[in-house]
Design a protein around this ligand. Structure first.
Ligand code: NAD
Ligand code: UDP
Length: 335
């Protein structure tokens, strides 16, 4: 049984991007565990239905706000997730995507500095680009195209990491950086173009399954509940034993800022993913092959040794179980 450090002590927690796919699961878990949650979102890709069931919690507040603009809120922890995450959404207005990453990070770091909050950045495996090292460890610096169509997101997230570590060194802000690998689960948008939701929708509707390239590229998919547990453990983690008496009135540097990979190391090809989804949905869809998008990484798989050693964290939900839960969600809401 994992022992938390201060997580069991109720806090006011800001979740930016809280109406999105991952953010809504995070808000739900934090509320269930007794925290007050301020969900901030501009609803660019987030939807009200993701959080409508949370409005019954007395500790839940929703603020419509764009994180490229500053905001002042009294909070203990900040999870900074606001940013469109699927290629079609982040490429829709690439200049805005860079702004969300850079100005958004500056605003959240400025807020954390002012109110002495701990702040976690939802970074991404995209900081490794098309990796020459496999699996990717946190020490790898990445191979990223600075001028391509994915760059607004990849380089935006890289600058955000730089800002986080400069605020730690320069201003002693208590930061955490997690690099999230492909995550899937209920509440992914059916129209966001990401592979798991695309394939499920196509299979459910009996349409062709669109494989980009020859389908030999790989990804490693983590079920959202596993990811949330990892994010919370990282946010909560403080060096030293967690048994000691903690003075909650004095925020202090927690010791391990990251970056930390969070993902499922079970790597599969996109073609195998398509076949599994066809099987689970019980569909007659056919595979069709379309051109590979620009700078599409060939392989991606996290080395999660650090997360295992430091947080005793690893994913527990099998791909079959996670896919089934996701398919059930789509059958209920999206058919
Ligand atoms: P999502 O698009 O479902 O959620 C993003 C949320 O941020 C949405 O609710 C959106 O409306 C909100 N948002 C966007 N711009 C905003 C702005 N300027 N101000 C306020 N809110 C804004 O995406 P997601 O999959 O839930 O991803 C959440 C975070 O996790 C993102 O930062 C993403 O980069 C990161 N991440 C996700 C994955 C993944 O596989 N899902 C992988 C790596 C990293
Ligand atoms: N992909 C695909 N068909 C689709 C959508 C995506 O073959 O309909 C591929 C895509 O080219 C990539 C992989 O699936 O190789 C994962 O794509 P996604 O956009 O979900 O995530 P990312 O590329 O950011 O890891």
């Amino acid at each position: 049984m994992h022992k938390y450090c201060t997580y069991d002590h109720p806090k006011r927690i800001l979740v930016t991007g809280g109406a999105g796919f991952i953010g809504s699961h995070l808000c739900e878990r934090l509320l269930r565990d007794g925290h007050d949650v301020v969900c901030l979102d501009n609803f660019f890709t987030g939807i009200r239905r993701n959080i409508s069931h949370l409005t019954g919690y007395p500790g839940f507040e929703l603020i419509r706000h764009d994180i490229t603009e500053a905001i002042l809120l009294e909070v203990d922890w900040i999870f900074n997730l606001a940013c469109p995450a699927s290629p079609i959404h982040y490429q829709y207005n690439p200049v805005k995507t860079t702004k969300v990453n850079v100005l958004g990070a500056l605003n959240m770091l400025g807020l954390a500095k002012r109110v002495r909050a701990r702040v976690l950045q939802a970074s991404t495996s995209e900081v490794y680009g098309n990796p020459e090292m496999h699996p990717q460890t946190e020490e790898y610096w990445g191979s990223v195209n600075p001028i391509g169509r994915r760059s607004c997101y990849d380089e935006g997230k890289r600058v955000a990491e730089t800002l986080f570590f400069d605020y730690l060194r320069q201003n002693k802000v208590d930061i955490k950086v997690v690099r999230i690998f492909n995550t899937y689960g209920p509440r992914m948008r059916p129209d966001d173009g990401r592979v798991v939701s695309n394939f499920i929708i196509q299979a459910m509707r009996g349409r062709d399954i669109t494989i980009y390239g020859d389908g030999s590229q790989t990804r490693s998919f983590c079920y959202v509940e596993d990811l949330i547990e990892g994010m919370i453990r990282m946010m909560d983690y403080e060096t030293g034993e967690c048994d000691r008496e903690i003075d909650y009135t004095k925020p202090s540097l927690s010791g391990f800022p990251g970056p930390l990979n969070l993902g499922n190391p079970h790597e599969i090809t996109i073609r195998t993913l398509a076949e599994k989804i066809i099987e689970i949905v019980g569909s007659r869809s056919q595979l069709v092959f379309e051109p590979l998008p620009e700078d599409d990484p060939r392989r991606r798989c996290p080395d999660i040794t650090k997360a295992k050693d430091m947080l005793a964290w690893e994913p527990h939900i099998s791909f079959e179980e996670g896919l089934q839960k996701t398919v059930d969600h789509f059958l209920k809401y999206e058919k």
